[in-house]
Write a protein that binds this ligand. Structure first.
Ligand code: NAI
Length: 480
């Protein structure tokens, strides 16, 4: 029986391995992690991450051919294929701080593989890593190899949180990069056979190592660029009276462009886009390509601009001050159908409003109070380190209240900010919300999900990103 071990039981390692176990009953899959609490959660009824359909997949194979364990060394020792899906945060200190990927976790995983291995292994990069990481990993492994043959493959993951299971069941493509040597090609073939259990062969792309590594960074940069492009347009729409929904629909009907990923919003978030672009920028700079680096940097600058533009709109609409005003925050996750808050735009928006002394009442159907409090007091980039290395949240902070109901959050509020596009926010009883708010009552829709006309009829002053402005808002321009 082929044995797979995956180091890192996170948003990628957990769902990916669960799907491999489900689709390949003849393969034994062990997912290992240094975090005891995470592994305990994977072995319980309350999985550590929320992802539609994941529960069902895990239940079907856990204890049969899918195991979650903290015994990292034992499972690596036994495995034929070792996936490495550990976090690859942005460096916070030293050379390349704020841009380069921090490969501390990756390197320690690679050293451990070298230490415990007694048989040949295929080591698969699942984490998103800088181009040429495989070369560094190869060096660590081969210098400690004791005659063992390690083959390194790059197999970046393209799943999107919120639709991870669907994406894994039916991927647009699976990408496998390897060395162009007979050993490398054989390893590619072995991994290809795993995916071929359920992925049509024409969707399994094979490349050299560097193309596979770079493709992942490039794909995320292109996706984020589309969002920044439409968000840049949203600012122009507001200034001119155009409607960004109409503009993006008209643009997206061009088959060369296509309609996906053209929704204007308060900004992109998630653990990958910003980190991967910063990483790309750093690689460009290191390779003497400052113009290319500058081009991609702009994608992040527009994203930051969009978040601060939103905060400025809120503050300027409310007579240029939100001090002591209650603002309801609906949605904290970086998008719907996930509880993930890493790099969520809600963090920057909330911090911006707190900076202006607002009182916040936050509701998200999937994010816990502890997570929200921690996010709001954490330094930039700290979020991507294991939990025991993160600062704990202060319990005395009274400016932020986390509640478990949208009506509770909005009661007696002066304004409502919609920051995640959860379906339930589309169908709230906005009349009831209006009746229980202070007047004038404002809605700032950072996801363009509410029916503006209906809300205006009720009496709200409504701001929706990239849509024609209420006369009230026009009279109070938000100057950055
Ligand atoms: P995560 O932070 O949820 O999970 C990483 C896990 O690795 C943590 O549980 C941590 O405790 C564990 N870990 C770290 N060092 C370890 C070690 N030496 N031994 C054992 N366990 C160790 O991260 P996530 O989101 O799963 O991302 C993993 C990688 O996949 C990153 O490189 C990310 O960029 C990439 N990726 C993430 C996607 C996403 O949607 N989250 C999508 C595609 C790629």
């Amino acid at each position: 029986m082929v044995k797979i071990c995956c180091i890192g039981a996170g948003y990628v390692g957990g769902p990916t391995m669960a799907v491999i176990a489900l689709k390949c009953p003849s393969i034994e899959v062990a997912v290992v992690d240094i975090s005891k609490s995470r592994i305990a959660a994977w072995n319980s009824d309350q999985l550590p991450i929320y992802e539609p359909g994941l529960d069902n997949v895990v239940k079907q194979c856990r204890g049969k051919n899918l195991f979650f364990s903290t015994d990292v060394e034992k499972h690596v020792f036994e495995a034929d294929i070792v996936f490495v899906s550990v976090n690859t945060p942005t460096k916070t200190r030293g050379l390349g701080a704020g841009k380069a990927a921090d490969l501390t976790y990756w390197e320690s995983a690679a050293r451990m593989i070298a230490d415990v291995s007694k048989s040949d292994k295929i080591v698969v990069e699942k984490s998103t890593v800088p181009v040429k990481t495989a070369e560094a990993i190869e060096k660590i492994l081969t210098h400690n190899a004791k005659g063992i043959n390690f083959q390194i493959l790059s197999n970046p993951e393209f799943l999107a949180e919120g639709t991870a299971i669907q994406d894994l069941f039916n991927p647009d493509r699976v990408l496998i990069g390897g060395r162009e040597t007979p050993g490398g090609q054989k390893a590619i073939q072995t991994l290809k056979e795993v995916y071929a259990h359920w992925v049509p062969e024409e969707r399994i792309l094979t490349t050299n190592l560097w193309s596979a590594e770079l493709s992942k960074l490039a794909a995320n940069a292109f996706l984020a660029q589309r969002i920044s492009s439409v968000n840049a347009m949203s600012a122009l729409c507001e200034a001119t009276g155009a409607n960004v929904k109409q503009v993006s629909f008209a643009v997206g009907t061009d088959t060369r462009i296509g309609p996906k990923f053209l929704n204007a919003s308060v900004g992109f978030g998630g653990s990958c886009f910003q980190k991967d672009i910063l990483n790309l920028v750093y690689i460009c700079e290191c390779n003497g390509l400052p113009e290319v680096a500058e081009y991609w940097k702009q994608v992040i600058k527009i994203n930051d601009y969009q978040k601060s533009r939103f905060v400025n709109r809120v503050v300027s609409s409310m007579f240029n001050t939100v001090a002591n005003k209650k603002i309801a925050i609906l949605g904290f996750a970086f998008k719907k159908d996930t509880g993930d808050t890493r790099e969520t735009p809600a963090i920057d928006v909330c911090k911006g409003l707190l900076g202006d002394k607002a009182r916040l009442s936050i509701y998200d159907p999937q994010v816990t109070e502890d997570q929200i409090q921690r996010d709001l007091w954490m330094n930039k980039f700290d979020w991507d380190h294991p939990i025991h290395l993160q600062p704990t949240s202060p319990t005395t902070e009274k400016k932020v209240n986390v509640v478990w109901d949208a009506y509770e959050a909005t009661k007696d509020a002066d304004g409502v900010c919609i920051l995640t596009e959860w379906d339930e926010f589309k169908n709230l009883d906005y009349q009831k919300i209006y009746d229980n708010m202070r007047k004038p009552a404002f809605v700032f829709d950072g996801r363009n999900i509410v029916d503006m006309d209906k809300l205006r009829e009720i009496g709200f002053i409504v701001y929706s990103i990239g849509k024609p402005l209420d006369p009230w808002l026009k009279d109070m321009p938000a100057v950055a």
